[in-house]
Design a protein around this ligand. Structure first.
Ligand SMILES: [Zn+2]
Length: 285
């Protein structure tokens, strides 16, 4: 009985410490307020949609760690966020509409684009049913060389069958998150940043080929792993027919943004409450 009690105490504490001290790998400039620009769209980026488990509730009660909740929201939080956006009459865009409006130079008011990086199994399990329920379109950025991987950097990645099911629902479109360049080196640079132009082009061509063959998509966009991009790498993207690239930055997209530096806002429960809910674009006129 004593032994059981000890385990009951130490296991959650150990998990909590692991989560608190895990490395922050994203390059994001944190803003206190989301600047409002009239003709713009909010690109809301998600990574994991956690289960609303007992352990999660336990950790949220005993931890004030920002890191713990910076890169994921729970299923219930996600549903509440979608409901809140619907209530504000958000105009949900597909990626195709986003790029079309950008080219035309005019976004509809209250435009929002929902997108996900990595496409792990939690997106299929927890986000997909909610998006279907509220009929909200979304884009998934796929690490095409890792589809179906059971343990990719501790992630269980969605399978090809799951991606096909999502696409056939009419809710989803998919784009590239590289084929095999989603790793972080010890110096903090992503594998994409440290690749040669030729290696980068070859990887993105492979990724585009996967999207075309398996999902019937002619891809021309890339979400940069960890939000990292450098000017010298853009030529490698152009050679692979990539015409648009997405970073992670707490700003709205406007028509005059450089096509290779389109900012997406990384959503956590805190970011949603402090930035999105207070954004002037949703205020009643
Ligand atoms: Zn990623």
């Amino acid at each position: 009985m004593k032994k059981f009690k000890r385990i009951f105490i130490f296991v959650p504490i150990f998990i909590l410490l692991c989560l608190i001290f895990q490395k922050d790998n994203f390059i994001i400039a944190k803003e206190e307020k989301l600047k409002y620009e009239e003709n713009s769209v909010l690109a809301l980026n998600y990574h994991r949609i956690r289960d609303d488990s007992f352990l999660d509730k336990f950790l949220s009660v005993f931890s004030n760690s920002k890191e713990l909740y910076a890169y994921s929201v729970t299923r219930n939080q996600f549903e509440a966020q979608i409901k809140w956006l619907k209530k504000q009459n958000a105009h949900f865009l597909t990626e195709e509409e986003l790029l079309k409006y950008k080219r035309q130079g005019e976004f509809p008011k209250r435009s929002v684009w929902i997108n996900f990086d990595d496409m792990d199994n939690s997106i299929y399990r927890n986000a997909h049913p909610i998006l279907k329920k509220y009929d909200v379109p979304a884009t998934g950025f796929v690490i095409t060389g890792e589809v179906g991987s059971k343990d990719f950097h501790n992630l269980n990645i969605a399978t090809e069958e799951e991606l096909i099911e999502m696409k056939e629902s009419g809710i989803w479109s998919f784009s590239s998150h590289t084929h095999d360049l989603h790793t972080l080196h010890k110096n903090g640079d992503s594998k994409l940043i440290s690749s040669s132009t030729n290696a980068l082009t070859a990887d993105l061509k492979k990724s585009n080929q996967y999207l075309k063959e398996k999902l019937g998509i002619k891809n021309q966009t890339l979400a940069y792993p960890y939000g990292q991009m450098r000017e010298s790498k853009i030529v490698g993207l152009k050679n692979a027919d990539i015409k648009y690239g997405y970073t992670l930055e707490e700003r709205a997209i406007t028509p005059d943004h450089n096509d290779y530096y389109l900012p997406r806002i990384l959503v956590s429960e805190e970011a949603f409450n402090t930035l999105i809910k207070k954004w002037e674009g949703f205020k009643n006129e």
